[in-house]
Design a protein around this ligand. Structure first.
Ligand SMILES: Cc1cc2nc3c(=O)[nH]c(=O)nc-3n(C[C@H](O)[C@H](O)[C@H](O)COP(=O)(O)OP(=O)(O)OC[C@H]3O[C@@H](n4cnc5c(N)ncnc54)[C@H](O)[C@@H]3O)c2cc1C
Length: 220
């Protein structure tokens, strides 16, 4: 059953100058699939609560990567203030459609910004399972500094191809049809709403079967 659980921050690391990876110890965590997310709830001393969703970055433990939005309510706290040993509340795992289960079918992953998080969980789950499924990642991000999991994604991995598109350094590139393969793979697209909608349109133009395109919108 999905219920609120206490989660203690066990470790944290800076992912980029504006994003932080948080590793939690969660009591009785039931486990989860690559692509699922959790709801996080913060409660202020006066009882005011705020709740947001965050994708799980790996299937091995409860690990989140949060982008601090300058005008945000919850993300600046998670990135800049939550200290190792502090507790928050967390509920999950949530989501049964935007998931990858180890198999052999080719997979296309298309990430915009922090939308890489659940797709990284899929790449890590593929590695853990020793799956031979060909994976292609197309990752659109503002600058090289803003890339999450840079060292890990730079390491060559059999059957995984990675392409970066930078929107704020020359040559500035927004994702286009030429960056995406034709129909065939199972597709997972994740990022800000506008990005996901633009990519879904490109995929449909390319002839991809809508039933094989799974999308997750982060808002914005
Ligand atoms: C299923 C799901 C999974 C998610 N996973 C992640 C994750 O792994 N990592 C992560 O950092 N975020 C993730 N998000 C987004 C997250 O839930 C929050 O929306 C985000 O952290 C902003 O919350 P906030 O309280 O800081 O900002 P708010 O106070 O809610 O909003 C501040 C401003 O930022 C804008 N905004 C909100 N979300 C975004 C966004 N994603 N991009 C750009 N502008 C935005 C709002 O429109 C508003 O103007 C996910 C969202 C969903 C629905």
């Amino acid at each position: 059953m999905i219920r609120w659980r206490r989660a203690r921050l066990a470790a944290a690391r800076e992912e980029t100058p504006t994003a932080r990876t948080l590793i939690f110890d969660v009591e009785d965590w039931p486990g989860h699939l690559a692509g699922q997310h959790v709801d996080v709830r913060l409660t202020a001393p006066d009882g005011y609560t705020a709740q947001r969703s965050y994708s799980l970055a790996t299937t091995e433990g409860v690990e989140l990567t949060v982008e601090g939005l300058p005008d945000g309510e919850v993300s600046p706290y998670l990135v800049g203030e939550l200290a190792v040993g502090d507790e928050i509340e967390l509920r999950g795992p949530v989501g049964g459609w935007f998931v990858w289960r180890p198999g052999t079918a080719p997979v296309l992953l298309v990430a915009g910004g922090s939308g890489i998080v659940p797709l990284m969980a899929m790449i890590r789950a593929r590695r853990k399972a020793g799956s031979a499924a060909p994976f292609q990642l197309v990752y659109s991000v503002r600058t090289p500094d803003a890339r999450y999991y840079g060292d890990e994604l730079d390491r060559p991995e059999q059957g995984l191809s990675v392409t970066h598109l930078y929107t704020r350094v020359e040559p500035r590139r927004r994702i286009g049809k030429e960056d995406l393969p034709g129909p065939g793979p199972d597709v997972f697209v994740c990022g800000p709403t506008g990005f996901v909608e633009a990519v879904a349109d490109l995929l449909l133009d390319l002839g991809h079967d809508p039933a094989r395109i799974r999308t997750e919108r982060f808002g914005g």
